[in-house]
Design a protein. Structure first.
Length: 252
């Protein structure tokens, strides 16, 4: 069924790359079920049997989803996630992460959510549980175009209006880029700024930056600390979008 490849990754019949998931679990039965279930749901699933291997994999490859067992040799789920989140160079530093465990009380669940996990999955689980987990994954901004003219034209109605909106967006992005660190120190103020920026990106077809904005908004809504890796990825996409927009036509 999945027999084509895009950039080295299996691709679905639509031609879009399959979502990647890393299953890290020291229990062979759990590991087998989770990998095969994820493949049944259409994901490109890989497995490793301890925390040390999970950290190494996350530093080598970008995964859309990390399924990490709470208690593994080498490092548990929280230690694995902490190592990856703290490494700006790790391709999986900002991957959606879900902790898995056969034993879970309310206190531990809250502690894991506060540590940066998007969800906590208690084992044994079934396909319905995993479908809910897969629904957490959003498209990676790196796979999206910086500027989508089709989306921009659909939103604005004409090339002239789209260009005028993009000129305004460029000015807005330059201001955000110049005082990004100071802005991010004020969570409430930055959240308001992200809300306005998301709307502007939608009008202008700035799809990659829009995805980064959504990622940042979700992070702040959960009360998580913005990691250095997340900050740098946002900053990089912000700068790339400014460059893609080019000089303002109003000043040309």
């Amino acid at each position: 069924m999945f027999n084509t490849f895009t950039n080295g990754s299996p691709a679905a019949p639509s031609g879009h790359p399959m979502l990647r998931v890393l299953v890290a679990d020291d229990d062979p039965a759990s590991r087998l079920f989770l990998v095969e279930a994820m493949r049944t749901l259409g994901l490109d699933a890989e497995a490793c049997h301890d925390g040390t291997a999970a950290i190494a994999r996350g530093r080598e490859r970008a995964y859309d989803l990390l399924l990490l067992d709470c208690r593994m040799p080498g490092a548990g789920a929280q230690e694995v996630l902490s190592e990856l989140r703290g490494d700006p160079e790790a391709p999986s530093a900002d991957s959606t992460a879900v902790a898995t465990s056969a034993e879970m009380d309310a206190g531990e669940r809250q502690r894991l959510l506060s540590a940066g996990f998007s969800e906590v999955l208690q084992k044994p689980c079934d396909l319905a549980d995993l479908r809910r987990i897969v629904a957490l994954i959003r498209p990676d901004a790196s796979t999206l175009p910086l500027l989508d003219d089709t989306q921009g034209l659909a939103s604005t109605g004409s090339p002239q209006i789209m260009q005028a909106m993009r000129d305004l967006l460029r000015d807005e992005l330059v201001g955000i880029y110049q005082d990004l660190d100071a802005s991010m120190a004020d969570n409430d103020g930055f959240a308001d700024r992200l809300h306005r920026l998301r709307s502007s990106c939608g009008f202008c077809g700035a799809t990659a930056l829009a995805a980064r904005v959504v990622q940042m908004q979700d992070h702040l809504k959960l009360g998580h600390v913005v990691t250095p890796a997340l900050r740098e990825r946002f900053r990089t996409t912000l700068l790339e979008t400014i460059e893609a927009l080019g000089p303002s036509t109003a000043s040309a």
